[in-house]
Design a protein around this ligand. Structure first.
Ligand code: R5P
Length: 300
């Protein structure tokens, strides 16, 4: 087996390779002055099982193009199979036509991956449960929810003194799963609306009752941080005194660190599906690794 990493998250790729007692195989990426990329695998892959690791982190389109070229390089060089590990799988937010005239961007991505001939796709914490159905090749969905549940228990937060919170109605399934992992911890739901032009987020409804002082907000991703901050503020108003946040993908926009630092929460846990540059890190932030979860599925 040969493992290649694109340039989006070499740290995670190295952790996965090390856990498999392997080194990353070298690649060459040359960027032309106009931004085009020339990608080359620098090791032979004839009759080899090839694993390519590339979360599609910002800039998402560049990460995807690099991934496509790596897959093409492997296929053209005679790889026996190509497994792609895309811990953060971009474009899932556009998985159907919300308004007439829109593209189903995620379908486009899936068509390209399949046309390139990938044999297996591995991704972490999907935006909706429909995502695997888009693929005609084996798809492995890895979830960080058990890591989160373990951490919540480590904090001593239990079902009698804590509520779980989904800050978005799309997260109901997620919150039910983690509630089960935590022995039926109760949950509440925040309904939000995002202005499609400005991106601003406002809370439109709150479902459930708050009778405890601790809360844990769980989401799949943090982008601007506004969803988290709005949920945290309303929870404060409802009497919550101690709050933790767990979100798998830290797709932090430039403003996110500042917005999140001001959130009335004690700690924000994310995972390493997305590499966070130093300038976007802050004191309340902690990173859990998904590498051990991915390793088993790369070899099986
Ligand atoms: C929404 O559907 C997602 O689950 C997240 O709640 C959202 O993407 C977070 O975005 P932001 O951090 O910009 O509010």
């Amino acid at each position: 087996m040969k493992i290649f990493s694109g340039s989006a998250n070499k740290l995670l790729a190295q952790k996965i390779a090390e856990s498999l007692n392997k080194s990353l195989s070298p690649i060459e990426i040359f960027v032309f002055p106009d931004g085009e990329r020339r990608v080359r695998l620098e090791e032979e892959v004839v009759d080899q099982d090839v694993v390519i690791i590339q979360p599609t982190t910002p800039p998402v389109d560049e990460s995807y193009m690099e991934l496509f070229f790596l897959i093409d390089g492997a296929k053209r060089s005679g790889a026996k199979s190509v497994t792609v590990v895309i811990p953060y799988l971009g474009y899932q937010r556009q998985d159907y036509v919300f308004r007439s005239g829109e593209a189903v961007s995620f379908q486009v991505i899936v068509s390209i991956l399949e046309n390139l001939g990938v044999d297996k796709v591995i991704a972490c914490d999907l935006h909706t449960i429909k995502i695997p159905e888009f693929f005609n090749v084996p798809f492995v969905h890895i979830s960080a929810l058990q890591l989160f549940a373990d951490k919540i228990e480590e904090f001593g937060f239990g079902k009698d003194d804590t509520i779980l919170v989904t800050p978005d109605m799309g997260g109901i399934r997620r919150i039910k799963i983690i509630s089960e992992m935590l022995d039926g911890m109760p949950y509440v739901m925040v309904e939000k609306n995002r202005d499609l032009t400005t991106g601003s987020v406002e809370v439109t409804a709150f479902h459930g009752e708050v009778t405890v002082k601790k809360a844990v907000i769980v989401d799949d991703m943090i982008s601007s941080g506004r969803t988290i901050v709005n949920a945290a503020k309303i929870l404060k108003e409802k009497g919550i005194e101690e709050m933790l946040v767990f979100a798998t993908h830290p797709i932090f926009s430039d403003e996110a660190s500042q917005i999140l630092q001001s959130a009335p929460v004690e700690k924000i846990y994310v995972t390493d599906t997305v590499l966070i540059p130093d300038k976007k890190r802050f004191a309340k932030l902690a990173v859990l690794s998904v590498a051990p979860l991915i390793v088993d599925h790369v070899v099986s």
